[in-house]
Design a protein around this ligand. Structure first.
Ligand code: NAP
Length: 286
């Protein structure tokens, strides 16, 4: 078998085109969706992510505001910035780029973001709403993976989905979203015994570990759909996923590449969440 490529770049582009149309409709009504991104310190990877978010929001016609704060900023000053954005009517989405410096309590910061502007879907109330299937902002990476599966007509209902990784931003919400779509879900993590025993039974295998090319063909059932969330550098410094693409593509029925798979979807769903927030706010204003 030779796995069909799941093209996140193209699917992301299609969705962003749809977002752009809806942004234009909002603008005609006098409402421009606005995304604010706060970045603390000068971690170069974080600055690259933020630049990409700014570029992508401009491409769909949204306003974006980048607030750069020094690594020495106090928690109170950061909270003040968030509070101002919470009350700024031109801002519909607020994102604080993680990780934050050690002296800042990440949980306190996330909690301070108005849940109706929490377009990352990290606020505990939004996580809770997601858990019980209520309408809310979904965490962008798992939301993007659901869109990849839907747009490639990958069956989810009744399928056995195995997720390696249980982080709050990827693994855990991923399992919930698949469960809501009637998959049977198994979570694996670093303490899982006989990892392959589980992964070899997956119809859909989602890998979010953070270890370059960890999953090779010996972990994968013939015909499985494999989604690689990982973003790592290989021994030559080249971007690669958690999945050994060349070997796994031979046994899978479909597979996401890195780059060009999950990554472009994460940023796209951030824009989608900002659009949804703006649509709701603007509908309430008219
Ligand atoms: P994380 O918070 O470090 O979580 C990693 C998870 O993998 C943990 O649950 C850990 O288990 C598990 N794990 C680690 N080693 C393992 C092993 N040998 N066997 C089984 N499970 C193992 O990472 P994350 O934030 O979820 O991110 C995962 C990867 O996705 C990273 O490469 C990250 O850069 C990437 N990522 C990409 C995007 C995107 O848009 N493409 C978005 C987010 C993250 P324990 O819980 O037991 O420690």
């Amino acid at each position: 078998m030779n796995g069909k490529l799941i093209d996140g770049r193209q699917i992301g582009k299609d969705i962003r085109e749809e977002i752009k149309e809806r942004v234009n409709k909002l603008k005609e009504k006098g409402c421009t969706p606005g995304l604010a991104v706060i970045i603390v310190g000068d971690d170069s990877a974080s600055h690259t992510y933020v630049k990409n978010k700014q570029k992508s929001s401009a491409e769909v016609g949204m306003k974006s505001e980048i607030i750069k704060l020094p690594a020495t900023v106090s928690e109170e000053e950061l909270l003040k910035e968030i509070n101002a954005l919470n009350h700024d009517d031109s801002i519909h989405g607020i994102l604080v780029q993680l990780p934050l410096p050690d002296h800042i309590d990440e949980n306190r910061i996330i909690l301070a973001i108005d849940r109706s502007k929490d377009v990352d879907g990290f606020h505990p109330e939004n996580v809770g709403r997601m858990m019980i299937g209520q309408r809310t902002f979904l965490s962008c990476t798992p939301y993007g993976i659901i869109k990849l599966l839907e747009r490639t007509n990958t069956p989810i209902e009744g399928q056995h989905a195995v997720i390696i990784g249980r982080s709050n931003i990827v693994g855990k919400p991923m399992g919930q979203l698949l469960l809501q779509r009637n998959a049977t879900v198994t979570y694996c993590h670093s303490r899982t015994k006989d990892l392959k025993e589980h992964t070899k039974r997956a119809d859909i295998l989602i890998v979010a570990i953070g270890a370059a090319k960890f999953v090779d063909a010996s972990y994968v059932k013939e015909g499985a759909v494999v989604i690689d969330v990982g973003m790592n550098r290989d021994e030559n410094g080249k971007l690669c996923g958690d999945v050994d693409f060349d070997s796994v593509k031979e046994v899978s029925s479909a597979i996401t590449p890195v780059p060009g798979g999950v990554g472009p979807m994460t940023i796209t769903m951030l824009l989608k969440n900002t659009l949804l927030s703006a649509e709701e706010t603007c509908a309430n204003q008219t």
